[in-house]
Design a binder for this molecule. Structure first.
Ligand SMILES: *[C@@H]1O[C@H](CO)[C@@H](O)[C@H](O)[C@H]1NC(C)=O
Ligand SMILES: *[C@@H]1O[C@H](CO)[C@@H](O)[C@H](O)[C@H]1NC(C)=O
Ligand SMILES: *[C@@H]1O[C@H](CO)[C@@H](O)[C@H](O)[C@H]1NC(C)=O
Ligand SMILES: *[C@@H]1O[C@H](CO)[C@@H](O)[C@H](O)[C@H]1NC(C)=O
Ligand SMILES: *[C@@H]1O[C@H](CO)[C@@H](O)[C@H](O)[C@H]1NC(C)=O
Ligand SMILES: *[C@@H]1O[C@H](CO)[C@@H](O)[C@H](O)[C@H]1NC(C)=O
Ligand SMILES: *[C@@H]1O[C@H](CO)[C@@H](O)[C@H](O)[C@H]1NC(C)=O
Ligand SMILES: *[C@@H]1O[C@H](CO)[C@@H](O)[C@H](O)[C@H]1NC(C)=O
Length: 415
């Protein structure tokens, strides 16, 4: 692991992307963005958002030889950690499907969900589903009781089930190929639901899961104490202890069983992890700041937007986190054989960004014979080829966003 030059293949893929753009005149096409459909039939069975509104999804029908293939993406957006926190969330996009919160949003189908062959030659014509995240519980909660004073409702698990039921009605059960995926909290949900998703299909269907930035680590030392407290709060608030995978809860403290490092070894369905060793959310929002003096995201904003703006304290925290993150992944080697694409980019979530998915050379300067993240995941899915690459050369994060002045893969884009 020591290559630091971009090979011919990397430049070629950039060039191909530039050509693809040229053919599209940089125009924004309306079908890039889809509106949500409310799943009203879920309301009678109590599968509702935090505020009691129906769950929502966006869907693009498959076509051609994609018409027997399905990809289901679960939206992310953190979680809530107390009644008050969840009540606040219920009055936002992440806790509701009410039009005042979702109206102007729509969903951009880009990256792994892209409908353009140029940007997504592997999955462009599959049936594609994007599930709105509005339960605050990583699609897991199932509490019967509703607080009548505010109608706050905890039903993420039911939403997951109702969505699957809806897709089975649309024919997903007959799929030849199926992928469950999601980013951030949706990536964590992918890990939690992967085997249950597999069980929806017959054994002749190829079913795999791709978790993007869902590997929230417990880590070690003071980090483990803080991250452990944080997830214990999530588990308590949403009453998840009895709902988490029994393969984990039967062996250890259920409070540990929301951490992927204790889950992936027991997942039977092929699972691929897309991660950054310097995940900005894990570094700034959730865990580390509580360790070192209670910083919140605002104290990170200088550094978050521009790595050059980080001071020495922040750089130290970032370095330490990256080392613990990689160590945590390496410890999985004996118990788990899934795919891994772990870059050293300073970002959170990858696969819905065209640049990361298809335009950026694999791991930014490590090619390992594969040009892009999209290609790595497609080969792993279709050919069953193993792919486990961790960019551990960089002790500090890299800036991996498309350069501001590059036309490559920036257009057509939706702002
Ligand atoms: C989405 O909804 C908006 C507002 O109702 C509408 O103008 C737009 O045409 C819809 N988009 C699609 C793709 O249906
Ligand atoms: C669909 O057809 C295209 C073009 O023939 C081919 O490249 C691709 O591999 C096929 N995809 C699947 C999933 O069969
Ligand atoms: C909920 O929102 C209120 C009003 O904006 C705010 O004062 C309070 O701190 C929030 N509570 C939590 C737990 O986020
Ligand atoms: C709770 O929901 C019920 C039924 O939709 C409604 O009648 C009631 O006004 C709601 N209560 C609050 C506090 O929003
Ligand atoms: C697939 O399922 C069928 C029917 O349940 C069973 O007879 C068959 O042995 C299974 N095949 C494999 C490869 O597991
Ligand atoms: C973590 O918590 C345990 C139990 O409360 C405590 O004994 C230990 O000192 C803590 N470790 C660190 C590194 O803070
Ligand atoms: C770095 O920035 C943080 C947050 O603004 C601040 O608390 C800390 O004291 C700074 N450290 C140094 C060495 O300047
Ligand atoms: C674990 O797997 C990674 C990725 O294949 C590899 O780089 C690393 O050397 C392995 N670590 C151990 C301890 O085997």
């Amino acid at each position: 692991m020591g290559k630091s030059i971009m090979s011919l293949g990397g430049w070629l893929s950039l060039l191909m992307c530039a050509l693809a753009i040229a053919t599209m005149n940089g125009q924004v096409r309306s079908q890039d963005k889809l509106n949500f459909t409310l799943l009203e039939t879920a309301v009678p069975i109590g599968a509702v958002c935090l505020d009691g509104s129906p769950p929502a999804y966006a869907y693009v029908e498959g076509s051609g030889n994609g018409s027997t293939n399905w990809i289901v993406y679960m939206e992310g957006g953190g979680w809530c950690v107390s009644q008050q926190d969840c009540l606040n969330r219920s009055r936002t996009y992440l806790g509701s499907s009410q039009p005042q919160y979702t109206d102007q949003r729509g969903v951009s189908f880009t990256g792994i969900l892209d409908s353009y062959t140029e940007f997504n030659p592997y999955f462009y014509n599959w049936h594609k589903v994007y599930i709105h995240y509005c339960d605050g519980s990583v699609y897991m909660s199932d509490i019967d009781q509703v607080d009548p004073s505010n109608n706050l409702t905890f039903r993420g698990g039911r939403i997951y089930d109702a969505m699957m039921e809806e897709m089975l009605h649309k024919g997903m059960g007959h799929a030849h190929n199926a992928i469950l995926t999601g980013g951030s909290a949706g990536g964590l949900s992918t890990i939690l639901h992967c085997d249950r998703f597999r069980a929806l299909f017959s054994n002749t269907t190829k079913v795999k899961c791709v978790s993007d930035s869902g590997f929230f680590i417990r880590g070690e030392g003071e980090l483990a104490n803080e991250s452990g407290r944080h997830f214990a709060q999530v588990i308590a608030t949403h009453e998840l202890a009895a709902l988490l995978p029994r393969s984990c809860t039967s062996k250890r403290d259920p409070n540990l069983c929301l951490f992927p490092e204790y889950l992936v070894g027991d997942i039977a369905t092929p699972l691929f992890l897309v991660e950054s060793a310097f995940d900005t959310v894990q570094i700034s929002n959730n865990f580390i700041y509580t360790v070192r003096g209670g910083w919140g995201p605002t104290q990170w904003s200088n550094c978050f937007n521009d790595l050059a703006g980080c001071n020495s304290t922040q750089t130290g925290i970032i370095k330490d986190f990256g080392a613990i993150f990689i160590e945590t992944l390496l410890k999985l080697n004996n118990s788990w054989s899934g795919g891994m694409f772990v870059d050293s980019c300073y970002l959170h979530t990858h696969i819905l960004e065209r640049y990361n998915w298809i335009c950026s050379p694999s791991l930014h300067n490590k090619l390992f014979g594969v040009q892009t993240m999209g290609q790595a995941i497609a080969d792993w899915f279709f050919e069953g080829s193993s792919f486990r690459v961790i960019d551990s050369d960089n002790v500090l994060p890299q800036r991996c966003r498309a350069p501001d002045n590059a036309k490559i893969c920036l257009a057509p884009s939706i702002s």
